[in-house]
Design a protein around this ligand. Structure first.
Ligand code: GUN
Length: 298
């Protein structure tokens, strides 16, 4: 059984990106810049945003974090995005979700220039991705990171049955679309399961590659997994654990102890998919910079 080491692969990618950023500096005397906006004080979001900024710095990219109070109006947020859209030193704009209830996430997504939408959330990027024009879009970072894990572990996907559990716009839908594509040779047969799916176990048990993106701790039990399947766990759930000093621990959507006994490969939580999301965000930011400077390859 292979434990897919997302932390190691993400560090490898960051080293590759660091070298590319250095080439940018030497050739055009500029480096990519990412601006992250956070509204309010959601503790998990604060950690994610801090990690994104830290990773940028590690590889020599510019990064700015704009922290706005919870009561910031939508109008104010949209006007900040408009300024960033026009700033030639900003190549990536990310507005951390979830946003406070009075701000419309869709309006915010639409306000970000598709050419700086390194999250890959804008309909123009989603549309190009679905059409298979992967060189014309930014791919949503978590599914992009999963593709990268499968590829770097040389896990064969062609003709395999991939079952995605979860249909979110950020993970489930783009993941299912990417696994379906001829490009990048994923070439899977894809099934998507969700809260209204009947007899989910009958479907997940058919998966050669099972992607769990539900958001519920230990949802995927061993009865739901075919022996020998590759299991990708996107979940990050905090559960109580009195034995820990913090009183809690992170677990995925997959019951790791049970499922790791029968899977051929599995991503752990933490240290699996999570670190890849940031690595691919940095990769998207580099690609945005390259487009802005008409650089074909580095
Ligand atoms: N919140 C949790 N994950 C993400 C992400 O990938 N992008 C943004 N913008 N917000 C998030």
């Amino acid at each position: 059984m292979t434990i897919i080491d997302g932390k190691k692969i993400s560090n490898d990618i960051k080293q590759e990106l660091k070298a590319s950023v250095e080439v940018c500096r030497q050739t055009v005397n500029a480096v990519p810049g990412l601006t992250v906006i956070i509204v309010g004080q959601d503790p998990a979001s604060e950690v994610y945003v801090r990690n994104k900024a830290k990773s940028c710095k590690e590889i020599g990219m510019n990064s700015e974090v704009i922290e706005l109070p919870e009561e910031t109006s939508q109008k104010k947020l949209l006007s900040i995005i408009e300024t960033l859209n026009k700033d030639p030193e900003v190549h990536g704009i990310l507005v951390q979700q979830p946003l406070p209830a009075h701000i419309d996430e869709y309006a915010v997504t639409m306000a970000i220039s598709p050419s700086k939408d390194v999250d890959g959330f804008h309909p123009e990027n989603v549309g190009q991705m679905v059409l298979g024009n992967l060189d014309k879009c930014f791919i949503s970072c978590t599914p992009y990171g999963i593709l990268e894990l499968l590829s770097r572990y040389t896990i064969e996907t062609k003709g395999k049955h991939c079952v995605v559990v979860g249909r979110s716009n950020i993970v489930g839908k783009p993941m299912a679309n990417l696994m379906l594509q001829k490009l990048r040779e994923t070439n899977c047969t894809v099934t998507v399961c969700h809260s209204a799916t009947r007899n989910m176990t009958a479907l997940t048990r058919q998966a050669d590659i099972l992607v769990a993106a539900i958001g519920r701790a230990n949802f995927i039990t061993k009865e739901m997994v075919k022996p020998g399947a590759v299991v990708i766990d996107v979940g990050i759930n905090r559960i109580e654990d009195a034995s820990r000093k913090s009183g809690c621990r992170l677990v995925g959507d997959v019951d790791y102890e049970q499922v790791s006994e029968l899977a051929s490969a599995i991503t752990p939580v933490p240290g699996g998919v999570g670190p890849m999301t940031i690595a691919m965000l940095l990769k998207n930011t580099l690609h945005s910079f390259m487009r802005a400077h008409s650089i074909q390859s580095l």
